[in-house]
Write a protein that binds this ligand. Sequence first.
Ligand SMILES: [Cu+2]
Length: 107
Amino acid sequence: MIPVKEGDIVKVEISNSGMLNHPMHLHGHRFQVQSKNGEPYDAPIVKDLIHVKPGETYTVYFKAENKGEWLFHCHDNNHADRGMVTIVDYEGVYSPFELGGKNNNQP
Ligand SMILES: [Cu+2]
């Protein structure tokens, strides 16, 4: 989980030490890509998804300005299903998940 407060500037480092590509996607926000493998970009690149190839490390920043609980995950659903998912969790936000219930929620 990435705990944030509204207004925070959040730094996230994404490293791929595996052998597969991982298109990492943040819901509800855009992030600025600051560097790739430690080399800063001259001009800001703003995205909500970045392809992280084997051996690559990206440093990205986003502003916490959309209160909620947002997925930050690999967009290859096979990877997400196996756990490449985290949550940007704003302070003071709580949305309980009821399994089944009147909406038939499923994990
Ligand atoms: Cu992946």
